[in-house]
Design a protein around this ligand. Structure first.
Ligand code: SAH
Ligand code: SF4
Ligand code: F3S
Length: 484
């Protein structure tokens, strides 16, 4: 039965909640933290709309579409709230920050509007509403930091991969972007608390961590000058965690790339050489209007530092097409840049004007159809480039980290090489997600690389991970660039 049909029996709501997560990996991570805190208070997560007493949306404002989707889902809950006014509905995160109190005007059935720096107290906010308070709203700066020294890991989705925030917020001023105004200024965590968290995760069976930050290569710059940590030092510190096999970094900003960081990446045995370093556009005038802080030439120099240190490095980019004033010539610049840098993966977005950003005052003058055409063109080009790059891997030796059994090619595991290429590996007893296997990449089957395990690889003892009831976090509409 869907929530819109009239139930034939009275609804039995339990002390349970439904949490839906939108947006970037940071939101997924925050979702896990909320999960832990709610379960700590005796709430159970559920997917059943007829059972849940609390509906929470952890939201994204980066494009209008992401917000409209949440408004659509909130609209569906109107009937639920009307039928049972005791149901609690909360909007958390970037949309709460952007829309603020106005959210109550548009969605009068919402009870909680909770900004992205306040979600750790979501259980208290729910208690306030249950206790009779109306329209609970917490926004802006919080009294304490979001990330605590000792993170509660109980809300984690049981898996070999884990997200770990190393910094919050963003100090850049890209003219199109809402993130700095909703998430606030950069706050880096201490290296000790990050390393400690990853060590604990590794003890739970995690072999791959994704370190998160909007400009992760600026990690530490907001902290006092003496003894200031940086990303290079953090990579070195993580080298000691034996069980940890892979570290992914999401997302680099070209402005902060330097030799010290490239060297640390190159000497790390765990750093995944598959790096998001978005260029956004291949036209200098557009980059200037976006206030990205670099030209194509500067981007080229930063990429050269990285490639020199790690010739097998693969790059990932985000692109915005149809930024105000983007001409055919500017767009050709993006096509050329995509070819020149040979990205393995790209996420392409059509420019979406965001109220409150500087670019919002510019005329959104590239017609929708043209934005869509440019979007498709870049994706098509990206497909060709990715295939060419993948073909260059045939004949190489590598290590792949097993992700899951392939649906398309039954009897095979799908894993990723250290530099991000997918490869198939015939199933064998003892294989499990998160296991790293040394392989030869022997062929390409038109979709994927095909691998053969090195004959001398010692199959590990099967790992017994303690059974836990998997929490239900629904991730909806990922924001690529954060590659959920
Ligand atoms: N901090 C990252 C990006 C975070 S937002 C960086 O600077 O690279 C993820 C992506 O969303 C951005 O890279 C950009 O490509 C896209 N994006 C952000 N604002 C947008 C907007 N107003 N319209 C369309 N795409 C946008
Ligand atoms: Fe937005 Fe990224 Fe620019 Fe920060 S660096 S303002 S998050 S696009
Ligand atoms: Fe916020 Fe992440 Fe979206 S920071 S605006 S949820 S991309």
């Amino acid at each position: 039965m869907t929530s819109t049909e009239t139930p034939s029996v009275p609804i039995q709501r339990t002390r349970s909640f439904q949490l839906r997560v939108f947006g970037c990996q940071m939101n997924v991570y925050d979702g896990e933290l909320m999960q832990a805190s709610l379960e700590g208070r005796g709430w159970k997560s559920t997917e059943n709309t007829d059972e849940a007493s609390v509906f929470l949306f952890h939201t994204c404002s980066v494009r209008e579409q992401a917000e409209e989707r949440v408004h659509g889902l909130l609209g569906e809950l109107r009937r639920v709230k009307k039928a049972d006014p005791s149901v609690v509905i909360g909007v958390i995160g970037c949309m709460a920050d952007r829309e603020g109190q106005e959210l109550f005007d548009r969605e009068p059935h919402v009870d909680i509007v909770c900004g992205s720096r306040h979600f750790p107290k979501i259980a208290d906010l729910i208690d306030q509403v249950v206790g009779g308070e109306k329209r609970v709203c917490v926004l802006g700066e919080a009294e304490s930091r979001v990330d605590q020294e000792e993170r509660d890991l109980t809300g984690r989705v049981e898996d070999y991969q884990a997200h770990v925030a190393v910094m919050r917020g963003c100090d850049m001023n890209c003219t199109y972007c809402i993130v700095p105004s909703v998430r606030g200024r950069v706050e880096s965590r201490s290296p000790e608390s990050i390393v400690n968290e990853i060590r604990r995760l590794s003890e739970m069976g995690v072999t791959e961590v994704h370190l998160l930050g909007q400009t992760i290569d600026s990690y530490g710059r907001d902290l006092p000058r003496d003894d200031r940590p940086d990303l290079a030092g953090l990579l070195d510190a993580l080298e000691d965690i034996d069980g940890l096999k892979r570290i992914r970094l999401v997302t680099l900003h070209p402005s902060y790339v330097d030799q010290r960081l490239a060297d640390a990446m190159a000497r790390s045995t765990k750093f995944m050489r598959f790096l998001p370093i978005p260029i956004q556009s291949g036209s200098d005038p557009v980059l200037r209007n976006m206030k990205r802080g670099y030209t194509v030439e500067l981007y080229r120099k930063r990429v050269a530092i990285l490639m020199k240190a790690m010739p097998d490095l693969e790059l990932i980019s985000d692109w915005i097409v149809g930024f105000p004033g983007e001409t055919d010539e500017d767009f050709t610049g993006s096509e050329e840049a995509m070819k020149e840098f040979g990205f393995l993966q790209s996420y392409v977005f059509q420019y979406s004007p965001r109220p409150g950003t500087t670019a919002f005052d510019l005329e959104d003058d590239v017609p929708k159809k043209l934005k869509s055409r440019r979007n498709h063109r870049l994706l098509e080009l990206q497909r060709e480039i990715a295939q060419q790059r993948t073909l260059t891997q045939v004949g190489k030796s590598s290590r792949i980290l097993l992700e899951r059994l392939s649906d398309r090619f039954p009897g095979n595991w799908l894993g990723r090489t250290r530099n991000g290429h997918y490869a198939l590996l015939p199933e064998e007893p003892g294989y499990h997600a998160g296991l790293e296997v040394p392989v030869d990449l022997v062929s390409y089957n038109g979709r994927s690389l095909v691998a053969e395990r090195h004959a001398d690889f010692q199959m590990p003892e099967p790992v017994v991970v303690p059974e836990a009831e998997a929490p239900v976090i629904r991730v909806t509409e990922p924001v690529p660039g954060f590659d959920v």
